[in-house]
Design a protein around this ligand. Structure first.
Ligand SMILES: Nc1ncnc2c1ncn2[C@@H]1O[C@H](COP(=O)(O)OP(=O)(O)OP(=O)(O)O)[C@@H](O)[C@H]1O
Ligand SMILES: [Mg+2]
Length: 261
């Protein structure tokens, strides 16, 4: 088997008396779209928070390209090539779409944002670097059809558009691994369709590996290569969408005891 891009081993997280993750482990191969599903409170977002460095797990290891990253700071993990979106959108509302995406590029910048042009003139190295980053961001705005919104304050945009901007901000980081926490939640059917096409393209065209939290089983089946199912902090199943859909433990987790065989 090819070496995993991401390997989670025996992850354990406690919040007071709540065991949010308990011995969770799974692998994500390079180029894979792996879905993480499970009922509310299963521990899906907590797993993302551990991978992206927001939480240090109490137990277990997180190996990215073979290197242990558990407990590392978020900016360091981002620099290694892991970007994420949040279940509750986290953007700067009083900044434009363009400015939010430029912040996504911050980790690639040698000089401070916007520092070069004003202080050193348009032909300074800092100004040229700024132009290069702007071009990258313009390409992402183009890819995500955000031209009409590029100069708008994020707070003034409809919810579905803000979800797209958040994807854009993550893409601006040029990740190797993208963590998407419910990227289509709350979207209308057309927006969902667009988002699904983008997610597939991000993998197929840009070679980005994707870990995806999603509740809609049809979307999971359409997008993902494999599925991991969590319930009450534990992994209860893993396999193809069809395999996990038919798994007795999964039916029980979603439907209650009446679904048990
Ligand atoms: N910061 C926190 N402080 C205390 N408890 C937390 C915290 N974050 C998560 N939890 C608890 O940990 C458990 C797992 O939560 P988590 O957010 O990971 O679930 P989830 O699978 O993402 O659920 P959902 O589908 O509702 O988003 C829940 O019982 C939740 O209440
Ligand atoms: Mg969640």
């Amino acid at each position: 088997m090819a070496e995993s891009l991401l390997r989670i081993e025996n992850l354990g997280v406690d919040f007071g008396g709540v065991r949010a993750l308990d011995g969770v482990g799974f692998d994500l191969a390079s180029g894979e779209i792996l879905a993480v599903i499970g009922p509310n409170g299963a521990g899906k977002t907590t797993a993302f928070n551990c991978i992206s460095g927001l939480y240090a797990p109490k137990e277990g290891r997180i190996l990215y390209k073979g290197r242990a990253i558990e407990g590392e700071k978020p900016h360091k993990i981002a620099r290694l090539g892991i970007a994420r979106t949040f279940q509750n959108i986290e953007l700067f509302g009083k900044m434009s779409v363009m400015a939010n995406l430029m912040l996504g590029r911050h980790l690639h910048m040698r000089t401070g944002i916007l520092s070069g042009m004003a202080l050193l003139g348009p032909s300074s190295p800092a100004a040229r670097e700024e132009v290069r980053h702007r071009e990258r961001v313009e390409a992402i705005i183009d890819f995500l059809n955000l031209e009409a919104a590029r100069d708008a304050f994020v707070a003034n945009l409809p919810y579905g558009t803000r979800k797209v901007v958040e994807l854009g901000r993550a893409l601006a980081m040029e990740p190797t691994l993208l963590l998407l926490d419910e990227p289509v939640a709350g979207m209308n059917p057309e927006e969902k369709q667009d988002m699904m096409i983008w997610i597939r393209d991000i993998r197929d065209l840009f070679g980005v590996s994707i870990l995806l939290i999603e509740h809609d089983m049809q979307i999971v089946a359409d997008l993902s290569d494999r599925v991991v199912v969590l319930n009450h902090g534990r992994k209860i199943a893993e396999g193809s969408a069809d395999q996990v859909r038919a798994h007795p433990e999964v039916l029980k987790a979603y439907l209650g005891d009446e679904a048990a065989p």
